[in-house]
Write a protein that binds this ligand. Structure first.
Ligand code: BGC
Length: 310
Protein backbone atom coordinates (compact mmCIF):
# COMPACT_ATOMS: atom_id res chain seq x y z
CA UNK A 1 0.00 0.00 0.00
CA UNK A 2 1.28 3.47 -0.84
CA UNK A 3 2.17 5.06 2.59
CA UNK A 4 5.62 4.83 4.14
CA UNK A 5 7.20 1.52 4.85
CA UNK A 6 9.28 2.25 7.90
CA UNK A 7 9.89 -0.83 9.98
CA UNK A 8 8.83 -0.82 13.63
CA UNK A 9 11.16 -2.02 16.43
CA UNK A 10 11.22 -5.63 17.56
CA UNK A 11 8.41 -6.51 19.98
CA UNK A 12 9.56 -7.52 23.45
CA UNK A 13 10.12 -11.26 23.59
CA UNK A 14 8.84 -11.51 27.18
CA UNK A 15 5.50 -9.96 26.26
CA UNK A 16 5.19 -12.38 23.36
CA UNK A 17 5.90 -15.39 25.56
CA UNK A 18 3.31 -14.24 28.12
CA UNK A 19 0.80 -13.62 25.32
CA UNK A 20 1.47 -17.03 23.80
CA UNK A 21 0.87 -18.72 27.16
CA UNK A 22 -2.39 -16.79 27.62
CA UNK A 23 -3.46 -17.63 24.07
CA UNK A 24 -2.78 -21.34 24.45
CA UNK A 25 -4.57 -21.40 27.82
CA UNK A 26 -7.55 -19.57 26.35
CA UNK A 27 -7.70 -21.97 23.41
CA UNK A 28 -7.67 -25.05 25.56
CA UNK A 29 -10.09 -23.71 28.21
CA UNK A 30 -12.61 -21.83 26.14
CA UNK A 31 -12.54 -23.84 22.94
CA UNK A 32 -13.92 -20.82 21.15
CA UNK A 33 -12.01 -21.33 17.97
CA UNK A 34 -14.21 -23.46 15.78
CA UNK A 35 -12.21 -25.51 13.32
CA UNK A 36 -14.38 -25.77 10.26
CA UNK A 37 -12.86 -25.98 6.72
CA UNK A 38 -13.51 -23.14 4.35
CA UNK A 39 -17.04 -24.30 3.70
CA UNK A 40 -17.55 -25.62 7.18
CA UNK A 41 -20.31 -25.52 9.76
CA UNK A 42 -21.46 -22.01 10.57
CA UNK A 43 -23.87 -22.93 13.31
CA UNK A 44 -21.82 -21.48 16.18
CA UNK A 45 -21.52 -17.96 14.76
CA UNK A 46 -22.58 -15.17 17.13
CA UNK A 47 -22.79 -11.76 15.53
CA UNK A 48 -22.11 -8.54 17.41
CA UNK A 49 -18.98 -9.60 19.28
CA UNK A 50 -17.78 -7.03 21.76
CA UNK A 51 -14.53 -5.26 20.98
CA UNK A 52 -13.39 -4.35 24.49
CA UNK A 53 -10.52 -6.43 25.90
CA UNK A 54 -11.58 -9.42 27.92
CA UNK A 55 -15.24 -9.20 26.86
CA UNK A 56 -17.06 -12.29 25.60
CA UNK A 57 -16.90 -12.63 21.84
CA UNK A 58 -18.50 -14.92 19.32
CA UNK A 59 -16.46 -17.86 18.03
CA UNK A 60 -13.76 -17.19 15.48
CA UNK A 61 -13.94 -19.20 12.26
CA UNK A 62 -10.76 -21.02 11.41
CA UNK A 63 -10.39 -21.24 7.64
CA UNK A 64 -7.58 -22.22 5.36
CA UNK A 65 -7.97 -19.06 3.24
CA UNK A 66 -8.23 -16.34 5.87
CA UNK A 67 -4.93 -14.73 6.82
CA UNK A 68 -3.31 -11.73 8.45
CA UNK A 69 -1.24 -8.95 6.89
CA UNK A 70 0.52 -7.37 9.85
CA UNK A 71 3.34 -5.44 11.34
CA UNK A 72 4.54 -6.72 14.72
CA UNK A 73 2.66 -5.36 17.76
CA UNK A 74 2.87 -6.49 21.38
CA UNK A 75 -0.12 -8.86 21.67
CA UNK A 76 0.24 -10.19 18.11
CA UNK A 77 0.56 -13.87 19.06
CA UNK A 78 -2.62 -13.90 21.13
CA UNK A 79 -4.41 -11.83 18.48
CA UNK A 80 -3.42 -14.35 15.79
CA UNK A 81 -4.62 -17.21 17.98
CA UNK A 82 -7.89 -15.36 18.62
CA UNK A 83 -8.60 -14.49 15.02
CA UNK A 84 -9.20 -17.79 13.23
CA UNK A 85 -6.54 -17.08 10.58
CA UNK A 86 -4.48 -19.99 9.30
CA UNK A 87 -1.53 -17.92 8.03
CA UNK A 88 0.11 -14.50 8.21
CA UNK A 89 2.82 -12.38 6.65
CA UNK A 90 4.63 -9.22 7.72
CA UNK A 91 6.11 -7.83 4.46
CA UNK A 92 9.43 -9.24 5.63
CA UNK A 93 11.68 -12.25 5.23
CA UNK A 94 11.41 -13.17 8.90
CA UNK A 95 8.62 -13.01 11.48
CA UNK A 96 10.61 -10.27 13.26
CA UNK A 97 10.46 -12.04 16.61
CA UNK A 98 6.79 -13.01 16.40
CA UNK A 99 6.00 -16.40 17.86
CA UNK A 100 3.44 -18.10 15.63
CA UNK A 101 0.59 -19.73 17.55
CA UNK A 102 0.09 -23.45 16.88
CA UNK A 103 -1.51 -24.06 13.49
CA UNK A 104 -0.87 -20.55 12.14
CA UNK A 105 1.62 -20.56 9.26
CA UNK A 106 4.11 -17.76 8.73
CA UNK A 107 4.76 -16.82 5.08
CA UNK A 108 7.94 -14.82 4.37
CA UNK A 109 8.30 -12.23 1.62
CA UNK A 110 11.19 -10.95 -0.47
CA UNK A 111 9.94 -7.36 -0.39
CA UNK A 112 12.28 -5.72 -2.93
CA UNK A 113 15.68 -5.69 -4.61
CA UNK A 114 17.63 -5.28 -1.36
CA UNK A 115 16.22 -8.49 0.10
CA UNK A 116 16.58 -10.31 -3.25
CA UNK A 117 20.27 -9.40 -3.43
CA UNK A 118 20.96 -10.44 0.15
CA UNK A 119 22.17 -14.03 0.35
CA UNK A 120 21.47 -14.17 4.08
CA UNK A 121 17.82 -13.20 3.65
CA UNK A 122 17.43 -15.73 0.84
CA UNK A 123 18.93 -18.46 3.01
CA UNK A 124 16.80 -17.39 5.99
CA UNK A 125 13.42 -17.49 4.20
CA UNK A 126 13.90 -21.18 3.42
CA UNK A 127 13.90 -21.91 7.13
CA UNK A 128 10.55 -20.16 7.54
CA UNK A 129 8.45 -22.53 5.48
CA UNK A 130 7.72 -23.77 2.00
CA UNK A 131 6.05 -20.72 0.45
CA UNK A 132 7.55 -17.36 -0.49
CA UNK A 133 5.84 -14.11 -1.45
CA UNK A 134 7.49 -11.97 -4.16
CA UNK A 135 8.08 -8.22 -4.45
CA UNK A 136 5.63 -5.79 -2.87
CA UNK A 137 3.99 -3.31 -5.28
CA UNK A 138 7.02 -2.96 -7.56
CA UNK A 139 4.88 -0.75 -9.82
CA UNK A 140 4.83 1.94 -7.08
CA UNK A 141 7.73 4.31 -6.52
CA UNK A 142 6.99 4.47 -2.78
CA UNK A 143 7.01 0.67 -2.55
CA UNK A 144 9.53 -1.78 -4.03
CA UNK A 145 9.85 0.36 -7.16
CA UNK A 146 11.39 -1.84 -9.86
CA UNK A 147 10.98 -2.10 -13.58
CA UNK A 148 9.65 -5.43 -14.88
CA UNK A 149 13.15 -6.08 -16.28
CA UNK A 150 14.81 -5.51 -12.92
CA UNK A 151 12.30 -7.81 -11.25
CA UNK A 152 12.86 -10.47 -13.92
CA UNK A 153 16.63 -10.27 -13.47
CA UNK A 154 16.23 -11.02 -9.77
CA UNK A 155 13.58 -13.72 -10.12
CA UNK A 156 16.01 -16.68 -10.47
CA UNK A 157 17.28 -15.87 -6.97
CA UNK A 158 13.78 -16.38 -5.60
CA UNK A 159 13.36 -19.54 -7.66
CA UNK A 160 16.64 -20.90 -6.32
CA UNK A 161 15.10 -21.08 -2.82
CA UNK A 162 13.05 -23.99 -4.15
CA UNK A 163 10.01 -22.60 -2.36
CA UNK A 164 6.50 -22.30 -3.76
CA UNK A 165 6.55 -18.82 -5.29
CA UNK A 166 3.98 -16.04 -5.25
CA UNK A 167 4.29 -13.44 -8.03
CA UNK A 168 5.24 -9.84 -7.34
CA UNK A 169 2.06 -8.18 -5.98
CA UNK A 170 1.19 -5.26 -8.26
CA UNK A 171 -0.67 -2.31 -6.77
CA UNK A 172 -2.72 -2.04 -9.96
CA UNK A 173 -3.34 -3.45 -13.40
CA UNK A 174 -3.24 -7.18 -12.67
CA UNK A 175 -5.48 -7.94 -15.64
CA UNK A 176 -4.44 -5.08 -17.93
CA UNK A 177 -2.50 -5.52 -21.15
CA UNK A 178 0.69 -3.44 -21.12
CA UNK A 179 0.71 -2.97 -17.33
CA UNK A 180 3.74 -3.60 -15.12
CA UNK A 181 2.32 -6.99 -14.23
CA UNK A 182 1.57 -7.93 -17.82
CA UNK A 183 5.16 -7.15 -18.81
CA UNK A 184 6.53 -9.12 -15.89
CA UNK A 185 4.35 -12.16 -16.57
CA UNK A 186 5.17 -12.11 -20.29
CA UNK A 187 8.90 -11.86 -19.51
CA UNK A 188 8.63 -14.68 -16.99
CA UNK A 189 6.90 -16.90 -19.51
CA UNK A 190 9.47 -16.18 -22.21
CA UNK A 191 12.27 -17.08 -19.83
CA UNK A 192 10.50 -20.15 -18.48
CA UNK A 193 10.43 -18.76 -14.94
CA UNK A 194 8.29 -20.32 -12.26
CA UNK A 195 5.36 -18.49 -10.70
CA UNK A 196 3.17 -20.81 -8.67
CA UNK A 197 0.44 -18.37 -7.73
CA UNK A 198 -0.44 -14.73 -8.25
CA UNK A 199 -0.43 -12.22 -5.40
CA UNK A 200 -2.75 -9.23 -5.78
CA UNK A 201 -3.80 -6.10 -3.90
CA UNK A 202 -7.16 -4.40 -4.29
CA UNK A 203 -8.58 -1.22 -2.79
CA UNK A 204 -12.16 -0.27 -3.51
CA UNK A 205 -13.22 3.33 -4.03
CA UNK A 206 -16.93 2.49 -4.26
CA UNK A 207 -18.07 1.89 -0.69
CA UNK A 208 -21.47 0.38 -1.52
CA UNK A 209 -21.19 -3.23 -0.32
CA UNK A 210 -22.62 -5.18 -3.24
CA UNK A 211 -20.89 -3.07 -5.87
CA UNK A 212 -17.60 -3.25 -4.00
CA UNK A 213 -17.80 -7.04 -3.72
CA UNK A 214 -18.70 -7.28 -7.40
CA UNK A 215 -15.78 -4.99 -8.34
CA UNK A 216 -13.33 -7.12 -6.39
CA UNK A 217 -14.74 -10.34 -7.79
CA UNK A 218 -14.50 -9.04 -11.36
CA UNK A 219 -10.88 -8.06 -10.82
CA UNK A 220 -9.95 -11.47 -9.44
CA UNK A 221 -11.86 -13.27 -12.18
CA UNK A 222 -10.19 -11.18 -14.90
CA UNK A 223 -6.72 -11.96 -13.54
CA UNK A 224 -7.58 -15.63 -13.22
CA UNK A 225 -8.98 -15.76 -16.76
CA UNK A 226 -5.77 -14.20 -18.09
CA UNK A 227 -3.25 -16.39 -16.25
CA UNK A 228 -5.07 -19.44 -14.88
CA UNK A 229 -3.06 -19.50 -11.69
CA UNK A 230 -4.30 -19.63 -8.11
CA UNK A 231 -4.63 -16.21 -6.47
CA UNK A 232 -3.65 -14.86 -3.08
CA UNK A 233 -5.28 -11.52 -2.30
CA UNK A 234 -2.63 -10.23 0.10
CA UNK A 235 -3.99 -6.69 0.76
CA UNK A 236 -7.51 -5.38 0.41
CA UNK A 237 -9.95 -2.95 2.02
CA UNK A 238 -12.30 -0.11 1.10
CA UNK A 239 -10.01 2.86 0.57
CA UNK A 240 -10.30 5.32 -2.26
CA UNK A 241 -6.88 6.47 -3.42
CA UNK A 242 -8.22 8.67 -6.21
CA UNK A 243 -7.14 12.34 -6.07
CA UNK A 244 -4.03 11.49 -4.10
CA UNK A 245 -5.65 11.46 -0.67
CA UNK A 246 -6.84 8.30 0.98
CA UNK A 247 -10.59 8.44 1.53
CA UNK A 248 -11.60 5.58 3.80
CA UNK A 249 -15.03 3.97 4.06
CA UNK A 250 -16.91 4.32 7.36
CA UNK A 251 -16.63 1.62 9.99
CA UNK A 252 -20.11 0.32 9.15
CA UNK A 253 -19.24 0.14 5.47
CA UNK A 254 -16.00 -1.71 6.20
CA UNK A 255 -17.82 -4.18 8.47
CA UNK A 256 -20.45 -4.91 5.83
CA UNK A 257 -17.70 -5.32 3.25
CA UNK A 258 -15.61 -7.62 5.46
CA UNK A 259 -18.63 -9.90 5.83
CA UNK A 260 -19.71 -9.93 2.19
CA UNK A 261 -16.23 -10.01 0.66
CA UNK A 262 -14.99 -12.91 2.79
CA UNK A 263 -18.07 -14.89 1.84
CA UNK A 264 -17.40 -14.20 -1.83
CA UNK A 265 -13.68 -15.04 -1.50
CA UNK A 266 -14.41 -18.27 0.36
CA UNK A 267 -16.65 -19.28 -2.55
CA UNK A 268 -14.13 -18.57 -5.33
CA UNK A 269 -12.26 -21.81 -5.90
CA UNK A 270 -9.22 -20.18 -7.53
CA UNK A 271 -8.66 -17.86 -4.54
CA UNK A 272 -6.34 -19.81 -2.26
CA UNK A 273 -5.83 -17.17 0.39
CA UNK A 274 -6.75 -13.65 1.38
CA UNK A 275 -5.66 -11.12 3.98
CA UNK A 276 -7.37 -7.85 4.85
CA UNK A 277 -5.28 -4.66 5.08
CA UNK A 278 -4.57 -4.82 7.82
CA UNK A 279 -4.59 -7.01 10.88
CA UNK A 280 -2.39 -4.78 13.07
CA UNK A 281 -2.82 -1.14 14.15
CA UNK A 282 -1.38 1.54 11.84
CA UNK A 283 2.26 2.38 12.07
CA UNK A 284 3.04 6.01 12.76
CA UNK A 285 1.65 8.04 9.87
CA UNK A 286 0.24 4.86 8.30
CA UNK A 287 -3.23 4.11 7.01
CA UNK A 288 -5.89 4.23 9.74
CA UNK A 289 -9.53 3.18 9.61
CA UNK A 290 -9.20 -0.43 8.46
CA UNK A 291 -7.50 -2.00 11.50
CA UNK A 292 -8.69 -5.40 12.77
CA UNK A 293 -6.77 -5.58 16.08
CA UNK A 294 -5.90 -2.58 18.27
CA UNK A 295 -2.53 -2.13 19.99
CA UNK A 296 -3.97 -3.57 23.23
CA UNK A 297 -5.07 -6.73 21.42
CA UNK A 298 -8.78 -5.89 21.41
CA UNK A 299 -10.72 -6.18 18.15
CA UNK A 300 -12.32 -3.37 16.20
CA UNK A 301 -15.82 -4.00 14.77
CA UNK A 302 -14.04 -4.95 11.51
CA UNK A 303 -11.90 -7.37 13.49
CA UNK A 304 -15.00 -8.96 15.00
CA UNK A 305 -16.46 -9.46 11.53
CA UNK A 306 -13.19 -10.90 10.22
CA UNK A 307 -12.91 -13.33 13.15
CA UNK A 308 -16.34 -14.68 12.41
CA UNK A 309 -15.81 -14.87 8.65
CA UNK A 310 -15.34 -18.15 6.89
C1 BGC B 1 4.51 -1.80 2.98
C2 BGC B 1 5.12 -2.51 4.14
C3 BGC B 1 4.42 -2.10 5.39
C4 BGC B 1 2.95 -2.33 5.24
C5 BGC B 1 2.11 -1.98 6.43
C6 BGC B 1 3.05 -2.09 2.94
O1 BGC B 1 2.46 -1.45 1.89
O2 BGC B 1 5.12 -2.18 1.81
O3 BGC B 1 6.48 -2.24 4.22
O4 BGC B 1 4.94 -2.77 6.49
O5 BGC B 1 2.45 -1.65 4.13
O6 BGC B 1 2.24 -0.70 6.86
Amino acid sequence: MPPSHRRPGRPKVLILVVCAVIAVAALSIGGWIVASGSDGDKSGSEPGANSSPGATKGPARLTTKKGAALNPFAPVTSALADSGVSWYYDWDGSPQGIKSPPGVQYVPMIWGDKAANDGKTLAAVKKEGDTLLGFNEPDFESQSNMSPDEALKLWPKLEATGMRLGSPAPANGGAEDGSWFDEFMKGAEERGYRIDFIALHWYGGNFETEEAVEGLKEYLQAVYDKYHKPIWLTEYALINFANGGADVASEDQQVAFVKASTQMLDGLSFVERYSWFKFSPPKEGGQAGTTLYNADGSTTPMGDAYREAG
